[in-house]
Design a protein around this ligand. Sequence first.
Ligand code: ATP
Ligand code: MG
Length: 577
Amino acid sequence: MLDTWTLLIIDDCAADRKIYRRYLLKDPHQSYQILEADCAEEAIDLCQKMRFDVILLDFCLPDMSGLELFDQMQQKIFETSVPVIMLTGRGDEEIAVQAMKRGALDYLVKQHLTQDVLQLTVRNAIKQSCLQAQLYKTQERQRLIATTALRIRQSLNLEQILTTAVAEVQQLLKCDRVMVYQFAPDADGKIVASSVESCRTIELCDRIETRKEAGEQRKERGKLITHSPPCTLPPASLPLLPNPQSPIPYIYELGLCNCVSLKEQFNAKTNLVVPINLSNNGNPTPKLWGLLIAHHNSGERQWQTDDAQMLNEVSVQLAIAIQQAELLAQTQASLAKEKQLNIFKSQIIATVSHEYRTPLTSILAAASTLVKHSQQLDESKQERFLGIIEQKARYMSKLVDNMLLVNQFELEKPKFQPIQLDLLQFFADLIEQERETVGDRHELIFQITGNNQNFWGDRGLLQQIFTNLISNAIKYSPDGGTVEFHLIGKESEVIFYIKDQGIGIPMADQENLFQSFSRGSNVDTIPGTGLGLAIAKACVELHGGDISLSSQVGQGTKVTVSLPKIFPIGQLSLSST
Ligand code: ATP
Ligand code: MG
């Protein structure tokens, strides 16, 4: 069926109007609804009441010239220009040229007018006008998208980018809600920005999460995993327009059931979804970061192809902005890490020069005394000097080991190799070894209760934790006393605590003691570098456990460590990388 175009003939000659009408109604390629006006006033009246697809305008009217009427129509009556074809007499082509300069689409000389010429000219004028309208619309759309893109890309802060994007897209599409959904590495995800009802959105997300945890969505989650989105989603150029017959199954097939459940949760009637694809380090397959979703709450407004294209184009701009923000965040993180490492290196240099000087001086003094005066020294004195050399050298060697270990923790995650451990045997060996160094002034009590079976841990790292804690308990109890070591086995974790009756730690110092190079202000001349607790904490964290201390100056200190019997799976995969 042919489209019907509405046409207005403005001519004071009734006979001419009749001819034009007859010619046009005979056009086999086009159908017309034709209205007529015999003067400018009537034409203006009609134009104000309705919109015409094309106007045939006589150059000479009783109340106004055709050119004047044309000007008025262009300026006042229409919001957008209407295709006008001027009708002139022979010898009046000058007027027609002027009209064309002012925007008329074509002109016809009345005396040369035939049926074919009129039909063709009108059809061409309409075609040209449609193309112009399309061009105008495209330009307008590009302008809007460019403005939106500019606003989105003005920031390098991800949260701000997303907030701007949803607000701008809502304006652009004149829809009820726009959301950004971000996929998590396990292909599941959550809403990270919403143009409206942010409280409700977050509340709903929480509800969905809770339901998932409760297993209610197990089936849907299964689908999400089997339909890994990066493989199933079309590239950004193909919008996910809902299938008019069955929009929900269509999106379900793509594994985007969460979007559908969101659509239902928000009572949205229609759902327009486009992917947000980031470029993938030169790889032709983009990386699916998330989805840009638009909702209409009522079914009255349908999505147009134009809407989908606009959403897609914004999604491309959004992807660029996200990528830039992520890049900046990564650069800032590496800079911060670099800065932290520099501070750390300076601390190492400061500590080495400070902590090495004293023992080195003692070693040098003892060694040169032995070299120069060994003849005069009796055996016991010689042994004392050799003892000093050995003790100080051991201290320096331990210092180097600790520095290397802390350095390793700072630069990369150390190897974590858990095995099933017999905790009783492990601690029996450890306590035995510690007893040898304790001496007479300290009493070491070791107590085990509960179920200590099925514990998995890394032997080397556990040794680091407990030798540091026991040596602290002994070192910071210079007047002796009891050092208690308790091991309590529980169903899913083991708890250890080490308690001494030593100098204690001032409250103000307690907060920072797990950071490298931190020491209590009351250590006086007790040697130490402030690395032991930092090492212990890093080892505990690798096991997925916790470490804390409580202490009172002059009363003693209690350090508690809890370790899960079976550590989180994430920890295990980390260790293997
Ligand atoms: P090292 O690196 O040789 O272990 P350090 O013992 O000084 O040196 P940490 O084991 O990290 O370092 O302990 C940090 C600080 O915490 C100590 O300097 C001390 O002030 C305080 N501290 C730790 N354990 C105890 C404890 N049981 N009693 C009192 N103070 C303690
Ligand atoms: Mg220590």
